[in-house]
Design a protein around this ligand. Sequence first.
Ligand code: HEM
Length: 328
Amino acid sequence: MSNGSSDQQDVPAHLHGAAPLPYATVIAIDLVSGSKRRGETLRAAYRAVAAIDGGEIAAWLALGESALPSRADRPRNLRRMPSFAGDVLDPAQSHGDLLLQITGSSARAVRHAAERTLRALQHQQVRWRADGTRPENRTEDGRGLSRNPFHFTEGHGNPATAAEITERATVRTGQGEPSWAIGGSYQVIRIIRLATDFWDRDTVQEQERIIGRRTEGRWLDGTPSTERAVFATDPHGKTTPLDAHVRRAAPDRRHPPPMVRRSYNYDRGADDQGLIFSCFQSDLEKGFEAVQRRLQGEAMAKYTLTTGGGYFFVPPPGEAWLDRITEN
Ligand code: HEM
């Protein structure tokens, strides 16, 4: 499904040309139809999503490992999301055969599009759902930015050009992937609950040392947000602590992690608010998994709890992949 923005038309909907739309819902679905009808059901789901994509909505479908029973069909890195150190995955908020993500310019537009799609998929079962927003959603220097529940600007570390976004997020030939998957993307969702009360008790200076950037994005040594930080001149972490989030996430500034982040905030009231963390990559191990491993033991860990999410694969644009994976 394509993105309607004029400057980055070649970027598919899930990668959002300039910036993600400010409202989203992610819906994980379990296919209840028998395996014989799997092809038909996937096609119906694909068409239902294609019917709402465009205008003020950008929507896409992604496949969980369980939607592709034949190993030969399955993208190489696609598996059930493992539980990482510190995760407490709730099965009622994790995994699923399909992921349907609908993003839009208003909460109402997203809600209506979701109702329409779910009606078309009435025989399938919603496994879990999360609604999100991107407060202060905007584009600066080609990057989509928003404000996360810890009051920090998100998005500075993302690539700014369509070419770079595609390079990091899209499967190419020669990666050892099934040929139908070329042009697709791995999508990781993590439902991360954030202890905002506990966080808000710290001073802004303490919070900035935990993240490794100022709330607006400037680096702790004063380097502007759009330039590269130089950690090599601070080997002991006097200015930017060694366990700061950005330092762990991207220690080598010349080789940024090969992933594109597109997260939304969620707020379910009471104590349950946080991030619907979402990222796209061409290689799950080099992208999300490598960063997630480095983040183990980061200073922010005591404020976060991952309770759900999953690993999915967004097929390439068009319908050809449907024929290829249902041939077998
Ligand atoms: C727990 C919730 C999280 C919060 C509150 C958070 C917050 C932030 C903030 C404020 C930044 C700096 C601005 C930016 O570049 O966007 C950032 C950067 C980044 N985060 Fe996170 N993040 C979270 C989880 C994650 C996770 C789970 C991953 C991946 C496994 C991740 C990977 C990254 C990467 C790669 C960068 C860019 C680093 C750079 O290039 O400087 N973050 N995050």
